[in-house]
Design a protein around this ligand. Structure first.
Ligand SMILES: C[S@@+](CC[C@H](N)C(=O)[O-])C[C@H]1O[C@@H](n2cnc3c(N)ncnc32)[C@H](O)[C@@H]1O
Length: 306
């Protein structure tokens, strides 16, 4: 049996491969993601809901803005997790025809509780093989903070293309350029420096397809997969403030890498992170305020297939 998240830190086939200097395959990636989401179900929405842009929108709301409000559109939330985006859309317009897909049963169970009696269709499936969804049956595919994790990515883009109508849209929220948000690179480097003490090549090898993380490589990949589409990428920054130690906990929760740390080194990392994020000079930890900012990109792909 697998030994997960004990005093030794989180263990998966993916981390075992890295520890043995092997390149993890897609089976190892799925095992790793499922292990984390089983242990920490709903963790993404904690951080993503708190972080807001200058006008007060969190990243779910920023993405949901691109779904028109006045039609009974067919919308698919790909890798919907615990369902926060579907809930925003359902509360806004009960006429939308909503579906959510995710490969993690624990996340879907949480989504089911939140969307009880909503009629939203929740499906357990991998994004690479959407067998229960018909060709040309969806007007908008959404994907919030999950494209970055998918490898192989090309079958996912092919499935999105297959299920979308000829004038459909694909809208995704992915990592923005690190330089767009103050201190973000320092936060990233600090967390990875702790992780690399335990797994030296974590970072050199990371989850998913690295092309999703850069605006230019993302644009090239999308142009290849959707040659006739109009592609637009916008950058935004979302932030949160609060007691520095709490902000550090929530910010670290957003980095998959932080989940592999042993409890002792995680504690040390959080203390260092709260110092890095501090924006006030109070002497006690409980009084010190902190701020975390995160760069995000919103990808909009508009098909126009004749
Ligand atoms: C960071 S969470 C985001 C969840 C949700 N979209 C949100 O933002 O709250 C990533 C989600 O992607 C799902 N996921 C990752 N790779 C997947 C794949 N290949 N097929 C289906 N779901 C996948 C995970 O199970 C997890 O629920």
């Amino acid at each position: 049996m697998k030994d997960t998240n004990n005093q030794k830190g989180l263990n998966s086939i993916w981390t075992d491969s890295l520890a043995r200097n092997l390149y993890p395959d897609s089976y190892a990636l799925v095992d790793h993601l499922r292990t984390i989401h089983q242990e920490h179900t709903g963790f993404t929405e904690v951080c993503a809901s708190f972080c807001r842009d200058e006008t007060g929108r969190n990243s779910y709301e920023w993405l949901a803005e691109l779904v028109p409000n006045n039609e009974s559109l067919r919308v698919l939330d790909l890798a919907c997790g615990s369902g926060p985006l579907l809930k925003i859309l359902f509360d806004r317009n009960k006429n939308l025809n909503l579906k959510g897909v995710d490969m993690c049963p624990e996340e879907l169970a949480l989504a089911k509780t939140r969307l009880i009696n909503s009629g939203v269709n929740l499906i357990e499936s991998k994004a690479q093989k959407l067998t229960t969804i018909d060709d040309n049956s969806i007007d908008i595919v959404l994907c919030h903070w999950a494209l970055t994790l998918m490898d192989p990515i090309l079958p996912v883009l092919e499935e999105i293309r297959r299920v979308l109508t000829s004038e459909g849209q694909f809208v995704a929220l992915v990592d923005g350029p690190m330089s767009a948000a103050p201190n973000y690179k320092e936060v990233h480097d600090l967390i990875y420096s702790y992780v690399q003490k335990e797994i030296p090549n974590y970072g050199e090898i990371d989850l998913g397809d690295p092309r999703i993380r850069g605006s230019e490589s993302l644009s090239n990949l999308i142009h290849k997969a959707f040659p006739e589409a109009k592609v637009n990428i916008e950058t935004n920054v979302v932030s949160m403030e609060g007691p520095a130690i709490q902000v550090a906990e929530i910010a670290a929760g957003f980095f998959y890498a932080a989940f592999v740390l042993k409890p002792e080194s995680r504690k040390l990392m959080i203390t260092n992170l709260s110092e890095l994020l501090a924006i006030s000079k109070q002497s006690t930890d409980s009084q010190r305020q902190g701020r975390f900012s995160m760069p995000i990109n919103r990808l909009l792909v508009s098909l126009n297939i004749k």
